[in-house]
Design a protein around this ligand. Structure first.
Ligand SMILES: [Fe+2]
Ligand SMILES: [Fe+2]
Length: 131
């Protein structure tokens, strides 16, 4: 996989999880655009937040196992993404749906950039260690 390729270019677990994250955001965007029920949108949003939390925890655990020197910076990036997802959740709960669409777009782009830069850097680090 290269930084310019799609996040899910290969079959390993992390690529699969990245694909699930992006798919959940896209499903949410489409659901909002189609005016799906509040209950359905909330369910997808909760899945996105929960899945993202689990993915970040497993990624950070893997980084600890590999003594990754950029762990602190990577954790800070994860914290920012989690904060953004909580903002989406708060605005959704208060009915600010137009703001939610904008924030989701930002979250998606942020996540794609993170996968292509920060997560990719960790992959290179692991590959160098195991060569
Ligand atoms: Fe990450
Ligand atoms: Fe990731």
């Amino acid at each position: 996989m290269t930084p310019d390729s799609e996040p899910a270019a290969s079959n390993n677990t992390m690529d699969h999880e990245h694909r699930v994250q992006i798919d959940l955001i896209v499903t949410l965007e489409q659901g909002l655009a189609l005016g799906k029920s509040h209950h359905l949108l909330l369910t997808i949003l909760e899945q996105l937040v929960e899945f993202t939390n689990i993915h970040f925890m497993s990624e950070q655990l893997l980084m600890r196992l590999h003594a990754y020197p950029e762990l602190g910076a990577h954790e800070a990036a994860h914290d920012q993404l989690i904060e953004q997802s909580h903002r989406v959740m708060a605005d959704f709960s208060s009915g600010e749906l137009s703001t939610v669409s904008t924030e989701l777009l930002l979250l998606k782009q942020w996540l794609i950039d993170h996968i292509r830069s920060d997560d990719y850097a960790f992959r290179l680090y692991v590959n160098q260690q195991t060569d």
